[in-house]
Write a protein that binds this ligand. Sequence first.
Ligand code: ZN
Length: 277
Amino acid sequence: MANAEIGVIGGSGFYSFLEDVTEVEVETPYGPPSDSLFLGEIAGRQVAFLPRHGRSHGLAPHRINYRANLWALRSVGVKQVLGPCAVGGLRPEFGPGTLLVPDQLVDRTKARTQTFYDGLPLPNGSTSKVVHISLADPYCPEGRRTTLAAARGRDWEPVDGGTLVVIEGPRFSTRAESRWHAAMGWSVVGMTGHPEAVLARELGLCYTSMTLVTDLDAGAETGEGVSHEEVLKVFASNVDRLRTVLFDAVGGLQASETRNCLCAHALDGIDTGIELP
Ligand SMILES: [Zn+2]
């Protein structure tokens, strides 16, 4: 069985040039993940990459099988997940090229399955209990610290903390929605950070979000509003340094077998009713 310790959910730009990448197809009780897992080694750590939207980018954010993605990663041994993603900035000072490592999350999605513990039977006949996990602090404090240090080590001063609000998409926000998000004090807006972080916690995995601002959201800018083309352009011009920081972060993550963060203890004393991979 293939083995990895760290999972990276992000585009093919993060792993396509690695040498010795092994492609592994994984089945899950929730159906297929977004794509195969691509296993490789970075800084002596075994890493499983999963293209969030599929390798041809054919999956819209609301159609991603988030449960299958997290389950698949855990089933190859992953204990810590890094989730880089593109976001819109909700404040003028968070312009394109800003790297923000959020410490809070707001869910504004509408129709996504966001739990493994819904009391429904799995294909193998076992039935999950209804479990309520704590998500007061949705991101791994160790992973956040490591990611921030990795960015600073590459002279890319990150924004330490802030709230990521996740919308259903695939459309961008109206100006009114965007102004509302900003008025609430939230920092950046994306379409994939939820339920990814929630499901990682439900499996006792560490999850760290690293957001790259590709545009100012409609309420924070004064022009025509955000376009998909603009987003792709800014992402492409930052993907190299984002990958560098990501790889440094992978190398700096805590040893998985000695984890003692809140994520590692998320399921302590809880009977989930189902066997986790
Ligand atoms: Zn953790």
